[in-house]
Ligand binder design. Sequence first.
Ligand SMILES: [Mn+2]
Length: 350
Amino acid sequence: MYAETFDNQSIATLRQQVSEAQKIVLLSHMNADGDACGSILGCTLLLDQAAEKKQSVVPILPNGCPKTMEWLPASGRILSGERERKRCETAIKEADLIVCLDFNTGSRIDFLQDALAGAKAFKVLVDHHHNPAREQFDIVFSDPSISSTCELLLWLSVETWGRQYLNVDVARCLYTGLRTDTGGFAFSCSQPSCFDAAALLVSYDIHPAEIHNQITNTFTFNRMMFYGFALSHRLEIYPQQRVALFSFSIDDQQQYGVTGEDMEGLVNYTLMMTEIAVGALLREEPGRTKVSLRAKNDVNVNLLAQELGGGGHTKAAGATCPMPLDKTLAAVKRLLGVEGQEPMKNLPTA
Ligand SMILES: [Mn+2]
């Protein structure tokens, strides 16, 4: 079971807020991943029951549910901030209770952050990123040492309501975040509670193999061809500094018809090389460049991401730089100590 104990007062407040609220809004971050989608949908299904259907429970993601997560139970209920901005802002404004999941500060919900900041609702944060902006919330449940927000939400719900609201749909959602945030139980899972959570969720008759298939085997032809292009033409390797990085212009992405979603996971290819300790992926968008950083060993990429105005976890972090690709690339190379170095020549081409 989960070793950290929740503060009794906070649990009592949460229980009371949920039972009294008439309009509940759930929020998670831009470019939602498995943990964001799993936690927002798992929480929706939990609160539907805790609220006894007399209240409305509205899940909102700034740019909607990614296609790769549409198989999750209740995904059709997610409102997209981009597609229905007015409706989302009204829901946030009128809510009595807002639960924020898997992000640590308002800026992670991008253009919806002002609506959140201005909302009169009671605000709860459930998250596992470092340095939560506590002043933006009324209660904070935060533990950076836990595997995922889905795991934290599971223990929080058990503490608050017991197991009465757990069922196969809730379990599928929460297992998804547990699985994706640990790379299939490969990292961020050194606490036994992570496997206790998996065991508890599996007891609700979910099928890990089916969820694995939904999460992993999702490539389109375009995406696979793009990966080939990325590995042969857009990968720079600096063996001496143990650094590898990908960088993609807007043109590169248009040529293959791929988006940021298609690049999910590509940055991890850098760390698959034994010689590499830090990996980066840069992806240009109009007016800005997104940076993802990954590390093995003791390199703390959260600190590097903070230098770029971003943040995240010690082994996985990111930032959005308001600069074109070339300027961002120069800044990242400076941070990684490979500025002015010659990358290894791209390896044997047929
Ligand atoms: Mn997460």
